[in-house]
Design a protein around this ligand. Structure first.
Ligand SMILES: Cc1ncc(COP(=O)(O)O)c(C=O)c1O
Length: 454
């Protein structure tokens, strides 16, 4: 038998990073290995707590990436660990032929904290799965097939979720995707009205703040107008709160900024404290019933692991932590400070194009090449100033960041919501230094954008 077949968990945990790298290269996504190495991102991290992580040489790092928005309560929150320990030894983890109190209790809790009359939840295992479920629900409930989404929006990479993700690069290799999906610009109410007017659209899928597009914040009132238009034309509005939800933008849900109740809301990422996979969609009872009401339709949409004990226990405790530790309020306080200071830095910086943010969902967009080789390379992510600065922040300043997926020129700052102002100050001074240091690099590669650099 191959030696690898006999490896124990302890041996795997203790393996040196060079061996880990070879496992990934030989048995996993070798292209990702090359990408991480080219950015010098690969490290052996051995410990994580709150906003901080440590590598195998004991060096401490600040995590401003926050698991792409999955770590609103920080790494390894002790209360979630206690909750998991409580259910680990004996509680059945999966017994689908009965009704579990953890699964039921989480659904009751979600009904209590989500806006308006959202009341009925389906639990799955990822963001993309939540979107799949929301789109299926909308088609079945409206008896329409068309789905409308926004350009540059991101909703996941399974077949249905990818079909409403507005980025050609991700879609093209897998065509044809699911039929009858169309896109309009984000934050464009006129385009929405035009697209809905024929009264044949089942759902409009939209992020309240576009995350992977580069942290794009719509005008105040956009969501409210969108909900009203959708109601008028019989379309269901799916608010994708997978990244914006649970305090990230300084409200429990970003929908709260416009005081709207969507028809369907999707959640995942931070819902279970970043420790156990989870995904959920929540809707009104009448919408649920029209798709899945009654015994005959009760098994039309199911998921083996959906509602498992570990995910539910972690999610219940995570929601309690968000309230008890006033994390939403902290996101406003530290987020406002960070955004204001970043804007100050941007005023004099030669490499920052703009700063956008709400709460602790912040994007710092770097200048970009307008033509030629570097522009083509940057489409593949490896040659953007944002990736260079993220690499510098990691390697020289020990701060973890990354760029947004649909806009690789934007550095995303989505730290755990428990960061302090002094954590923010560390990031601010590191970013300023890094931007200054990389001015000369920018000058070299952005020869086509000389006017931006003096
Ligand atoms: C807004 C949004 N929707 C959906 C997804 C997909 O979630 P997952 O990666 O868990 O499938 C993401 C992931 O980044 C997201 O940001």
């Amino acid at each position: 038998m191959d030696q690898n077949a006999k490896m124990t968990l302890d041996e795997i945990l203790a393996a040196p990073q060079r061996e880990v790298e070879s496992w990934h290269r030989l048995y996993g996504n070798s292209g990702l290995v090359s990408m991480l190495k080219s950015l010098n991102f690969n490290r052996k991290f051995t410990k994580a707590l709150g906003v901080r992580v440590w590598d195998d040489e004991g060096r401490e790092y600040l995590d401003f990436l926050g698991g792409y928005g999955s770590l609103n309560i920080g790494h390894n929150h002790p209360r979630v660990i206690t909750a998991l320990k409580k259910v680990l030894p004996e509680t059945p983890k999966m017994l689908q032929t009965t009704l579990s109190n953890l699964d039921g209790g989480l659904k009751a809790k979600l009904a209590a904290i989500t806006p308006g009359n959202l009341s009925t939840t389906f639990l799955g295992n990822s963001g993309a799965e939540a979107i799949e479920g929301a789109v299926k629900l909308a088609r079945s409930a409206t008896h329409r097939t068309n789905i409308l989404a926004t350009l540059k929006g991101f909703h996941g990479k399974t077949m249905g979720a990818l079909s409403v993700t507005g980025k050609d690069m991700y879609q093209k290799p897998f065509a044809p995707l699911i039929p009858d999906c169309d896109f309009i610009p984000f934050n464009d109410i006129k385009a929405l009205e035009k697209a809905l007017a024929a009264r044949d659209v089942a759902a409009f899928v939209v992020e309240p703040v576009q995350g992977e597009a580069g942290i794009i914040i719509p005008d105040k009132g956009y969501l409210r107008a969108a909900v009203e238009l959708c109601r008028h034309y019989g379309t269901l509005l799916i608010a994708d709160e997978i990244q914006t939800g649970l305090g990230r933008t300084g409200r429990l849900f970003a929908c709260n900024w416009d005081e709207i109740t969507p028809d369907i809301m999707t959640l995942a990422k931070s819902l279970s404290g970043g420790m156990v996979p989870i995904g959920a969609f929540i809707t009104r009872r009448d919408i649920w019933n029209s798709a899945y009401g009654g015994m005959k339709k009760a098994l039309l949409h199911t998921s083996t692991f959906g509602g498992n004990a570990l995910a539910c226990a972690a999610a219940i405790e995570t929601i309690n932590i968000i309230f008890d530790e006033k994390l939403t309020e902290n996101a406003v306080e530290v987020g406002d400070y960070l955004i204001a200071e970043l804007k100050n830095i941007a005023k004099t910086s030669k490499v920052i194009e703009s700063v956008r943010g709400v709460g602790l969902m912040i994007g710092v967009e770097m200048i970009k090449p307008h033509s030629g080789f570097v522009k083509r390379r940057s489409e593949g992510y490896s040659a953007t100033l944002a990736s260079l600065i993220a690499g510098d922040l990691l390697n020289n300043q020990r701060i973890i960041t990354a760029f947004t997926l649909n806009n690789p020129h934007t550095i995303r700052l989505e730290p755990p919501l428990l960061i302090t102002k002094s954590d923010a100050d560390i990031l601010l001074s590191a970013l300023e230094q890094s931007c200054n240091k990389n001015k000369s690099y920018a000058r070299a590669i952005f020869s086509t954008a000389k006017n931006l650099i003096t």
